[in-house]
Ligand binder design. Structure first.
Ligand code: ASP
Ligand code: MG
Length: 426
């Protein structure tokens, strides 16, 4: 069982988490619990480090920011003991959870399960602070923001748990953002790959790394609500969304509702579009654009190249020219422009045009591997609403388009209907 910061924010909430844990244990389950710091606490601790020195030592930063989880794990153990559940905390260095030395963004190498097995054998609940580990040389590490999800999946993998239940502010993963489409449906199951696509394009329920780890280690993960009362359904009845492998996600022969071709629709307003005009149409030019971006560690996402009919701004007048358009994270736009301007001579572009008023809309589903027509339905549906497509990218299980930001809600709504995802009217 993993509980996020909202569930741990205050003693009252920690008590109800304890009650929830007791109920699962009383049902005959062996339970290990992973906890986050109280909501807002990690931000506060990060703030102290910055205030102490903008050039803080990351090894000491990890000592400071890992403290939030140390507090909540101790408090939950106390709250469990108070309702007669034997419990103890096991900190990252005590288990231990061994990581590499990438302080502030460490990766887990191994987890020793002896102490956990002992606590199971003794009928006790182990409470493990998420987010923290220990590096060679006995120094505390943290796993990057949102890392408690990864801790939980890693612990589940190490003990070969039947399930990793992630209790959070939402009661599952939806076909799209319910704030945009009230008739969005909660998904009973989603595959790891779909979840990775949905998470990376904006449906931020879990730290993306935790999903990758679950996929690699085949950990069955359930996302479910922490905001339910004492008579809420038991986790074993799978009230949330299961994130599982493709075999388990496949629909049953009879009875069960057939899986839709498309699992979900995601939107992401955090990209920016850059167009370089009148780039010489010759071998090596595209490389000269993307090399400086790669060197600056900037992730390029969508790329399109248009044949333009003018000639290039440099070189002989006979050279034909093209426009190259691509997207980068909006947060990296300024650095991208700087890197491109520095390479202006080498690339030989005319103008650099940028636009942050764009949104990426993605339709995601493993079903499209074996079905044609998914992309054409998307383009037809958007075209019928007069929504212009500025760029396109595809993968085996995803089609994404770039559109004007103001049309995000409309696009998500019409696509949700077009792919048959709307829930029956209540
Ligand atoms: N407390 C850490 C953070 O806020 C880790 C987590 O909650 O997942 O990033
Ligand atoms: Mg989180």
């Amino acid at each position: 069982m993993k509980f996020g910061g909202t569930s741990m924010a205050g003693i009252e909430r920690i008590r109800s988490v304890a009650a929830r844990v007791k109920r699962e244990a009383a049902a005959g389950n062996q339970v290990a619990v992973v906890v986050s710091a109280m909501a807002g606490e990690t931000d506060r601790l990060v703030g102290f480090c910055r205030e102490a020195s903008p050039l803080y030592d990351p090894r000491e930063y990890d000592v400071v920011v890992s403290a939030g989880e140390q507090i909540t794990s101790g408090l939950l153990a106390i709250a469990l003991q108070a309702i007669d559940v034997p419990a103890r905390s096991l900190l990252g260095w005590q288990l231990p959870i061994r990581t590499d030395t990438a302080f502030a963004k460490a990766r887990i190498d191994t987890i020793d399960t002896d102490a956990l097995e002992e606590s199971f054998a003794a009928g006790a609940v182990a409470v493990i602070p998420g987010f923290q580990g220990v590096a060679p040389g006995q120094r505390i590490t943290t796993l990057g923001r949102g890392g408690s999800d990864t801790s939980a999946v890693a612990v589940a993998a190490a003990i070969r748990a039947d399930r990793c239940d992630i209790y959070t502010d939402v009661d599952g993963v939806y076909t799209t953002d319910p704030r945009i489409v009230p008739r969005a449906r909660k998904l009973a199951k989603v595959t790891y790959e779909e979840m990775l696509e949905l998470a990376s394009v904006g449906a931020k329920v879990l730290q993306t790394r935790s999903v990758g780890l679950a996929m690699k280690e085949k950990v069955r993960v359930q996302v479910l609500s922490s905001f339910t009362d004492a008579d809420a359904p038991m986790a074993d009845t799978l009230p949330g969304t299961m994130i599982v492998g493709e075999e388990e996600a496949a629909f049953k022969e009879n009875g069960d509702v057939e899986r839709q071709l498309i699992t979900g629709i995601a939107h992401d307003k955090n990209e920016a579009k850059i167009t370089l005009t009148r780039v010489p149409d010759q071998p090596g030019t595209v490389a000269s654009i993307f090399e400086p971006l790669a060197a600056a560690n900037i992730n390029v996402d969508m790329i399109i190249q248009n044949i333009a009919h003018q000639s290039a701004s440099n070189g002989a007048s006979s050279t034909s020219a093209t426009d190259v358009t691509f997207t980068v994270p909006a947060a990296d736009l300024a650095r991208s422009i700087e890197a491109l301007n520095q390479s202006r001579e080498a690339i030989g572009f005319g103008e650099l045009i940028h636009d942050t008023r764009v949104a990426k809309i993605s339709v995601v589903g493993v079903g499209m591997r074996s079905h044609a027509g998914v992309a054409s339905t998307m383009f037809t549906t958007l075209g019928a609403r007069g929504i212009n497509i500025q760029a396109i990218s595809t993968s085996e299980i995803k089609v994404s388009v770039l559109i004007h930001e103001d049309e995000t809600e409309l696009a998500v709504r019409v696509l949700h209907t077009a792919y048959g995802l709307d829930a029956e009217a209540a």
